[in-house]
Ligand binder design. Structure first.
Ligand code: EPU
Length: 302
């Protein structure tokens, strides 16, 4: 979708929002898949309510992009614009055991920065790509920890109320890859409370997790991490692997040879290819095990 009205473009400038016309979302997602639209880069959280009023008044549909690392975007010209926060400098502020982190901050860099100041707990998340806001919305987790366990306060834009609000950690429910945030809420910042640990000890934990990840996941390839959530008490990766589906392909969309719950873009895969592969694997798993796998990856198609 293109914003061609000069009046809207001028108002965006007043709100300190940068308009990047004709952005290829394939360049902003770890899967390297996705069509084209206008990108609006937001420099000030406070401008969001006015920005959304402007878009709504002009019937401009929008989606909110984090780090693009858990996302499958449709092909071609997209029917909505994309909003993205610009990370401020600095994006992490420490005070005792609390880290106040902007939602646009890179997750891995945040974990490392906190570690260097003897704040641990998030070692398992070190290899998870994406932003802190994206990790928070999905309650990202690995190796026995989930980010929600450390969230004490969240600043967000509540679409339903049209305003920026602060929620305390105990007002939010964090479950396995799911939170109580509404789909159109935008994460803006989070205060994490992290346990004190010597840097050396945290580093050791980070090394162990990195090693496990390197040996079991296709890190150098274009993917969105795990495609399906694990069903209760089982591993989607193992189920798909046991069916002999590693290497199954639709065009350049392919079930990874290394981890069967990672689907990789091995070249020029389209969203259509990837969606077909996802549907095919889901159907085979349903047939074999009677279990319907739920998407872990977020799909923006139409
Ligand atoms: N397995 C296989 N074949 C495979 C993949 C896995 O047999 O192709 C087996 C493994 O050998 C292991 C078991 O299945 O015995 C579980 O595998 P793994 O330890 O890789 O964990 P997972 O359940 O597949 C989850 C998360 C990952 C996270 C890892 C490590 C989900 C959907 N996935 O994977 O998160 O990195 O644990 O904690 O919860 C993600 O969220 O995108 C993601 C990759």
């Amino acid at each position: 979708m293109r914003i061609n009205d000069p009046k809207i473009a001028a108002r965006l400038g007043e709100l300190d929002v940068e308009l990047v016309p004709g952005t290829r979302l394939a360049d902003l997602t770890s899967l390297g898949i996705g069509g084209t639209t206008d990108l609006l880069r937001i420099r000030k959280h406070e401008s969001i309510p006015d920005l959304l009023t402007l878009l709504d008044a002009n019937h401009v549909q929008h989606k909110f992009l984090g780090g693009g690392s858990n996302l499958l975007v449709g092909d071609g010209e997209l029917p909505w614009v994309v909003l993205q926060l610009v990370s401020p400098e600095p994006d992490v502020i420490l005070e005792g055991n609390f880290a106040r982190v902007d939602a646009a901050a890179d997750l891995g860099r945040t974990v490392t920065f906190c570690a260097m100041h003897d704040l641990g707990g998030m070692e398992g998340l070190i290899g998870v790509p994406g932003t802190v806001g994206g990790a928070l919305r999905m309650n990202a987790g690995a190796y026995g920890m989930q980010i929600g366990a450390y969230a004490r306060e969240v600043k967000l834009y509540r679409a339903a109320d049209h305003k920026i609000e602060i929620l305390q950690g105990n007002q939010i429910s964090f479950e396995y890859r799911h939170t109580s945030f509404a789909p159109d809420d935008m994460m803006l910042a989070v205060t994490l409370e992290l346990p004190s640990k010597p840097y050396k000890e945290i580093l050791q934990g980070i090394r162990i997790c990195n090693e496990k990840r390197r040996s079991s996941q296709p890190l150098g390839q274009k993917s969105a991490g795990c495609i399906f959530k694990n069903p209760p008490g089982a591993s989607a990766g193992r189920m798909i692997d046991d069916l002999g589906l590693k290497g199954l392909s639709v065009g350049d969309a392919r079930v990874s040879d290394r981890h069967a719950n990672f689907f990789v873009n091995a070249g020029r895969a389209s969203a259509r290819d990837m969606l077909k592969l996802i549907a095919d694997v889901r159907e085979r798993v349903k047939k074999a095990y009677g279990v319907t796998l739920e998407n872990e990856v977020v799909v923006w198609n139409g």
